[in-house]
Design a binder for this molecule. Structure first.
Ligand code: CU
Length: 272
């Protein structure tokens, strides 16, 4: 009898938990493109050369490898600003649905056959920021898109990859990556990016955003971004994040209703 009660309670708890996770699909009128540009307000921060940190490395092979990198990879990558247009690269832009809802996903966005890759050709993670879309939320559960995520070490030296995650969603890890190897990782979507760092070359870092919907972009070197399809006709929150200030708009984003046809959203970012 007591055993039956425990089983019954377990079933009720499980059912309640499942109900708690269920979300309704946001009612929208269709999909439309969103594009824009993120520009810097104020002076362009001075480039910080990595040469002193590279010269301070103990291992001469590491020093030579890091030094052989293209000029762009020997500058601290926290601010990548186009001096002409003041466009800011590496700003993540995405949208969030109202609480308790999930976005409808266009059939073209339900499958991804590509692999998002970060390489370490010398002594930098390239690209510095990526967005990964391994699954979408259909209201009940996460459904796999098939997209994979890979970290490569194509350099001649050993790197290590230390991942700092939001532990509610992903386990942190720290692995060694010897020269000419690669490794696939499986991540669950989380609200803020996973940080990758190398403890052997402390100036190396990268950011991996992991989304549970396809409505995101990372700004290019000229500060522009394009999301080919966003749902229109319903209020959503536009979010933006950059590694220096963190949230660019507000921590809750900016409420917007996209319209049919082209949508444009330009905004600025302040260097601290
Ligand atoms: Cu390294």
């Amino acid at each position: 009898m007591r055993r039956m009660m425990i089983v019954l309670i377990a079933i009720v708890v499980c059912t309640l938990q499942t109900f708690g996770q269920e979300k309704t699909t946001l009612k929208t009128d269709g999909w439309a493109p969103l594009s824009g540009r993120v520009t810097l307000e104020g002076d362009v921060p001075a480039a910080v050369p990595l040469a002193p940190a590279i010269m301070a490395l103990n291992n001469p092979v590491d020093r030579a490898c890091c030094n052989a990198a293209p000029a762009k990879q020997k500058i601290k990558p926290n601010w990548v600003v186009d001096p002409k247009t003041k466009g800011v690269a590496n700003v993540a832009v995405w949208i969030l649905p109202p609480a308790g809802t999930v976005f409808p996903v266009h059939p073209l966005d339900k499958k991804r056959r590509d692999t998002v890759t970060i390489d370490q050709p010398f002594c930098a993670f390239v690209p510095h920021m990526v967005a990964h879309y391994p699954s979408y939320h259909d209201g009940k559960e996460l459904v796999s898109t098939g997209q994979k995520f890979l970290v490569k070490n194509s350099s001649i030296v050993t790197h290590n990859v230390r991942a700092t995650t939001q532990v509610k969603f992903n386990d942190p890890f720290n692995i060694n990556m010897i020269s000419k190897t690669d490794r696939e990782f499986t991540f669950k979507p989380q609200p803020l990016p996973i940080t990758l760092e190398c403890d052997l070359h402390r100036f190396m870092n990268a950011y991996v955003f992991v989304f549970d919907h396809p409505y995101f972009a990372i700004t290019q070197e000229d500060g522009t971004f394009t999301i080919p399809r966003v749902p229109y006709g319903a209020a959503v929150s536009v979010m933006a994040w950059h590694e220096e200030p963190g949230y660019v708009l507000t921590p809750n984003g900016m409420k917007m209703v996209f319209k049919e046809g082209k949508n444009e959203f330009n905004f600025s970012i302040k260097a601290k």
